[in-house]
Design a protein around this ligand. Sequence first.
Ligand SMILES: [Zn+2]
Length: 280
Amino acid sequence: MGGGKSLQEWKECRQEWGERALFCTLSVFGKDQIASGPFPEKTRLMPVAETPLDILVIATHPDDGEIGVGGTIVRALAEGKRVGILDLTNGEPTPHGSPERRAQETAAASKALGLTWRKNLGLPNRSVQDTLEARRQLAGVLRTTRPETIFSPYWHDSHPDHVAASRLCEDARFWAKLSRSDLAGEPYWPPKMYYYWSIHLRIHPKPAFVLDISDAIDQKMESIRAYASQFLEGRPQVFPTALDDIRDRARYWGWTIGTAYAEPFGSREEIGLKSLDPLF
Ligand SMILES: [Zn+2]
């Protein structure tokens, strides 16, 4: 859970804000799954999410979260964690997609993962930049959802949106803790931030850790297949397909740790262990 306040305190805070606390309820997937643009001005004044997230996946485009950490999301949900994906853009235009279709595919992918919290920040696809306004919006989401852990796009890539999104995540994380600001919610510093791979460069960075997703690979792949406009249409369906490539990379990372499938994570900081359990 995000540190600081107890659940009771969150609820009291929400009651205090009463009807103005619309942002508290926007996190119910299905009621308001896709925002059409940047959050309205008044969300800057909103307090905190009704229930803090344990993990917030920040995805540059809808499908990046599934590619990078789809299996981890399934595992975290199975362990009772509250997990959300914040897509920064709608990912369109693409050769075979449209905003409406991509939104439908995103909803189907979320369903395949079992995800119940998903939002879209409404930043412009192909033009993501670490602007002050984008940083303000993302910092507001961090302060209102108060995740314990952020999964951010990896910092190296050939896609400028991915590189900018990674930088944006870091700067919004810093801004989120600022006091005496007009940002949404209360100051908050997400304690942990790890980076996932959904990258176009054919590189092999050394991960900080690798998580076993053997039991979750089918759901991960189902969620990615939901994006038919991105992975099926207009692509050659002979081996190795784009889906084969994604699955085989998960298989490779599984091989590195002696399991069937896995997902790698990067970290700029050292990762501490609080017990010996992970060593055995
Ligand atoms: Zn992307």
